[in-house]
Design a protein around this ligand. Structure first.
Ligand code: HEC
Length: 210
């Protein structure tokens, strides 16, 4: 029964605001709906180990990206990308290319940050879950574009190294509301792991470019 009350509030709000225009009523409904959904999420999940309920809280970027019609807010999208770009910390030694062999292992590994993992233990990038990369690996997801021959087609210039490293560090910097995790920004991968992945993408001898 408890779940019924907010539904009535939603209906009441929508009716009451009919004279104020459909758009305002829609917005109010969305706001009430969000509170409902979040309440249900917090009731449904149990915190365990390092996987606490704080993970359900969205930061400002995620909140914006959950707003219906965010794509139409072009100025805000540009601003968001600019702000996210400014969060990228490039390696202090200026070297962006690590070992592609180590990068391939990071790309293949999907463990880390789960309740069963020890806090602070090394996580993987799980890149293959969303991207095609090497020709040998036939099991890959298609949520992201194929990265086959990424270095071969884009070149291995310093600008391209910065783009690849930056994209892995914070995907939102180059396409707002991307579905790709922000590996550096969210503290999932280490600087060395991101260097190794950059090498995997760009080294001519890496399986991505063979
Ligand atoms: C949950 C899915 C997902 C995972 C996991 C993921 N990506 Fe992505 N990636 C995407 C999507 C979707 C895009 C396209 C949208 C965009 O550009 O952000 C993308 C885009 C990219 C691009 C830009 C491609 C271009 O044409 O410029 C690169 C590079 C990339 N991913 C590398 C990686 C690497 C390396 C990893 C592993 C550390 C990874 N991705 C993990 C979803 C993912």
């Amino acid at each position: 029964m408890q779940n019924f009350k907010p539904m009535l509030v939603v209906a009441g709000l929508a009716l009451g605001m009919a004279s104020a225009g459909v758009a305002a009523a829609d917005r109010a409904q969305v706001a009430v709906g969000e509170a409902e959904v979040m309440g249900e999420m917090f009731r449904s999940f149990n915190p365990q180990g390092q996987a606490g309920l704080s993970r359900l809280r969205q930061d400002d970027v995620q909140k914006f990206c959950s707003t219906p019609g965010w794509q139409k807010q072009k100025a805000h999208v540009k601003q968001l990308e600019k702000e996210q770009l400014a969060t990228i910390k490039y390696p202090a030694d200026g070297k962006l290319l690590g070992s592609w062999q180590a990068g391939e292992r990071v790309a293949q590994t999907g463990v880390g940050m789960q309740f069963s993992d020890a806090p602070g233990s090394t996580a993987g990038g799980n890149c293959y879950a969303c991207h095609q990369m090497s020709a040998e690996e036939v099991s890959f997801g298609t949520i992201g574009p194929s990265l086959r021959n990424f270095g071969k087609t884009r070149g291995n210039t310093e600008a391209m190294q910065r783009y690849a490293y930056g994209k892995i560090y914070n995907s939102q910097a180059y396409s707002a509301c991307s579905n790709m995790p922000r590996f550096g920004h969210s503290g999932i991968l280490t600087e060395q792991q991101m260097k190794d992945l950059t090498a995997l993408l760009l080294d001519p001898n890496s399986p991505v470019n063979k």
